[in-house]
Design a protein around this ligand. Structure first.
Ligand code: HEC
Ligand code: HEC
Ligand code: HEC
Ligand code: HEC
Ligand code: HEC
Ligand code: HEC
Ligand code: HEC
Ligand code: HEC
Length: 512
């Protein structure tokens, strides 16, 4: 009898694994998608094979919904019936919400499709992620730059073409979408617009496509033809749509590496970054939920800012967050570091001086637009709970004390630079807002920008995330101190020259 049951068990196992294999080998693909693939294995073979390797090509939404909540990778409770029992293929994504894509939707070999699959389309199955992302500052990165007159002035002063008239430079009016698209908007995101239609000869005959302007682009605050914001492909490149990839620092480093935003450089040389580089190949980047200590032994960007983390007993340490600022009490980036803005759209902020900035030029916060002390505490605790999975309380508290101290110190060094610049404006050694001129185009103004944008930011980022060099000699305190001296010298020189010039102009007048 025992033997019978064990034979039965073995037979059952075989049958099970056969059906499982059959399921794994033959995921159900919709008829429409089969047609897309029929052509696209020839037209764009790279896209088809990326998709074939992705999870979405292997698991139907109905199967995904059966996973226990903690392991689930789709966040809706139900998907439209037509999509539930087929894998998410070309047709399923590229035909979603066609009507809202307006003129970006087009007739393509018998199908109505659109090329841009937007964050709103992904929301059909990943509603929670898309909703959280809309509270992430990244989703507003276009407006935060281009709809803020002060920030736009910065864009113009960097991307505008300059002339020289024999004695002084002239900054031409700037309105060059192509330059903006590959400069600031590469990361912040473009507006994608449809600019008529184009008929092209393809490998499979003549076809008509909408002509997309501002594309390609994968900026985090991209404005899509359906009006939705952001591009999920900035961290989950199509068509692999990999979560493991988004958990690795290389993904974030694409945009977080410049002297203005050196999070990735800082992380690279931090102890955490070192451990990741040395041991990371042995970690499990695919596990959901992500088990601290078991799956990884030091944090990546995602661990601290985004991921769902559990301990070895399966207790939740941190919830997944595509909002990504719900563990950040501060906005470190800026003229001065300050409490985090309440809304992702920072272009709505007005300080007392009437400028669209979260601080006065003298550093006082525009508090009504910023989170209160209580929210700061909740967010600090949420981040610290992650640290405490691997560190003791005193380690973590001392580390935060240093960060808070560094915020004060770097804000003070920005204030000193601002006083020098304000004196230059007052005494006519430079032209600023009072003269209705750019505050970013003259030499002394550019030095002031470097003071906060490069050196203060770098010092703060190094303090928050490790990487001592970036707080000292590589864009850190050395430059914070040197730059102030150079600004003061330049001001002195300009004022002296100004006095000489005024005196020279006065002399002939006196002779008359
Ligand atoms: C008869 C063959 C054929 C079929 C069927 C087909 N495609 Fe295409 N598709 C092409 C070719 C060829 C191109 C052009 C590639 C190029 O630009 O070089 C193309 C281009 C595209 C583009 C890019 C459009 C742009 O803006 O440049 C998308 C997106 C696309 N196809 C999606 C799909 C989807 C989704 C399906 C199924 C619903 C599908 N295709 C079915 C042949 C086909
Ligand atoms: C700035 C980078 C970034 C952007 C942009 C981003 N994600 Fe993610 N995403 C991540 C990270 C990091 C993880 C891993 C989270 C974890 O470890 O729990 C992730 C995980 C996921 C997962 C798998 C986990 C799950 O079950 O939710 C889905 C699905 C997902 N993202 C969807 C989206 C969608 C949809 C968008 C666009 C609205 C988007 N993501 C935009 C970084 C990003
Ligand atoms: C999960 C949704 C999803 C699925 C499934 C999907 N796509 Fe896409 N596809 C996208 C997204 C997102 C983009 C990026 C558009 C953009 O730039 O924002 C894209 C872009 C494209 C492009 C233009 C990219 C380029 O580099 O020119 C083509 C062509 C395309 N897809 C074809 C396909 C084909 C063929 C399949 C099936 C094998 C497929 N897609 C499956 C979401 C999807
Ligand atoms: C029709 C439903 C549907 C749509 C639309 C959809 N997905 Fe998914 N997605 C799924 C399913 C099903 C899975 C696999 C879930 C699982 O493995 O349990 C998945 C998994 C994922 C994952 C996790 C992959 C991993 O490696 O763990 C990411 C990231 C993701 N999708 C991003 C996107 C993005 C970005 C879009 C829009 C361009 C999108 N999805 C559109 C159903 C969808
Ligand atoms: C395609 C470019 C791009 C990628 C990739 C990217 N980011 Fe960002 N990120 C930005 C931009 C641009 C902003 C600033 C938006 C603004 O201020 O308007 C930003 C802002 C942030 C902020 C500040 C949020 C705040 O509320 O203060 C954090 C944190 C952040 N990103 C983390 C990440 C992480 C973690 C990853 C990788 C998983 C990542 N980013 C990937 C471009 C990117
Ligand atoms: C390589 C990617 C990248 C490029 C290119 C880029 N930025 Fe950014 N930008 C970022 C990131 C990342 C942040 C967020 C930093 C943070 O919060 O720590 C940011 C934030 C900003 C902010 C703050 C906006 C807010 O929320 O208030 C301004 C202003 C800004 N950038 C100006 C510019 C200008 C001007 C250009 C072009 C000359 C530019 N950026 C180009 C990545 C980029
Ligand atoms: C050990 C945890 C940890 C890791 C790992 C980490 N960060 Fe941070 N990050 C922090 C803390 C703490 C802060 C400061 C919190 C605040 O801004 O309130 C911060 C701040 C930031 C900011 C500044 C947001 C602002 O206020 O302007 C950005 C952007 C950022 N991190 C991106 C990244 C990127 C990209 C990586 C990976 C290359 C990374 N972080 C790795 C903990 C971490
Ligand atoms: C998954 C485990 C893990 C998490 C989570 C983690 N760390 Fe670490 N951290 C480590 C390990 C391991 C080291 C190396 C310790 C050593 O070599 O003595 C380290 C080193 C550090 C160091 C370097 C100290 C020095 O002087 O070199 C600092 C600072 C630090 N962590 C702060 C933090 C903070 C703050 C957080 C949360 C925002 C955090 N860590 C989250 C594992 C972690």
């Amino acid at each position: 009898m025992k033997r019978f049951w064990s034979l039965f068990f073995i037979l059952n196992l075989c049958l099970c694994s056969l059906t499982l294999q059959a399921q794994a080998e033959e995921p159900k693909i919709s008829e429409q998608t089969q047609e897309c693939i029929g052509c696209h294995v020839m037209a764009t073979p790279g896209i088809v094979s990326d998709w074939e390797k992705s999870r979405m090509a292997k698991i139907t939404p109905a199967q995904a919904l059966q996973s226990p909540e903690i392991n689930r990778r789709i966040s809706v409770t139900a998907v439209p019936e037509a999509m539930a029992n087929v894998v998410v293929g070309c047709y399923e994504c590229h035909s979603l919400n066609n009507a809202s894509h307006k003129e970006a939707a087009f007739e393509h070999n018998g199908f109505n499709i659109h090329t841009i699959v937007s964050s709103r389309d992904c929301a059909v199955c990943h509603e929670v992620e898309a909703d959280q992302y809309s509270h992430n500052i990244m989703s507003e990165a276009y407006a935060n730059l281009m709809h803020n007159p002060v920030h736009k002035m910065l864009v113009d002063s960097i991307n505008g073409i300059q002339d020289f008239d024999g004695s002084k430079t002239i900054l031409n009016p700037h309105n060059d979408e192509i330059t903006d698209a590959e400069s600031c908007l590469y990361c912040h995101g473009t507006i994608i617009k449809v600019d008529g239609k184009v008929t092209r000869e393809t490998a499979l005959g003549e076809m008509e496509f909408p002509r997309l302007k501002g594309w390609p682009n994968q900026g985090v605050g991209r404005i899509n033809p359906d009006g939705s914001k952001g591009s999920c492909t900035s961290c989950h490149p199509r068509h692999s749509f990999s979560m493991a990839m988004a958990r690795k620092p290389a993904t974030c480093s694409e945009c977080h590496k410049g002297p203005d935003v050196p999070a990735s450089k800082v992380y690279d040389v931090s102890k955490h970054g070192n451990i990741y580089k040395s041991l990371g190949t042995k970690w499990d980047f695919d596990a959901v939920p992500w088990k601290l200590g078991t799956d990884f032994s030091a944090p990546t960007c995602a661990t601290c800012h985004t991921s769902l983390i559990v301990d070895s007993a399966g207790e939740i340490i941190a919830q997944r967050s595509h909002q990504m600022n719900d563990r950040s009490p501060y906005r470190l980036f800026g003229i001065y570091a300050h409490a985090h803005p309440i809304k992702a759209d920072t272009s709505i902020i007005k300080n007392k001086a009437g400028l669209p900035l979260p601080v006065e030029l003298t550093g006082e916060p525009a508090s009504e637009y910023l989170i209160d002390a209580e929210t700061q505490t909740t967010r600090r605790q949420a981040m610290q709970k992650i640290c405490l999975g691997c560190h003791a309380t005193s380690w973590v508290e001392n580390q935060y004390k240093r960060l808070e101290h560094t915020i004060e110190q770097t804000n003070a060094m920005t204030l000193t630079a601002t006083k020098i610049l304000a004196t230059a404006w007052e005494k006519g050694a430079a032209k600023g807002l009072a003269q209705k001129e750019s505050i970013f185009d003259e030499a002394i103004e550019k030095m002031w920008v470097e003071q906060w944008l490069f050196f203060a930011n770098s010092t703060r980022f190094a303090s928050a995330m490790g990487g001592a060099d970036y707080g000292v000699f590589a864009d850190g305190r050395w430059y914070l101190s040197k730059n102030i001296q150079e600004m003061a010298d330049l001001l002195e020189l300009k004022l002296a020259l100004g006095q000489d010039k005024a005196a020279a102009e006065k002399k002939p007048a006196a002779k008359k």
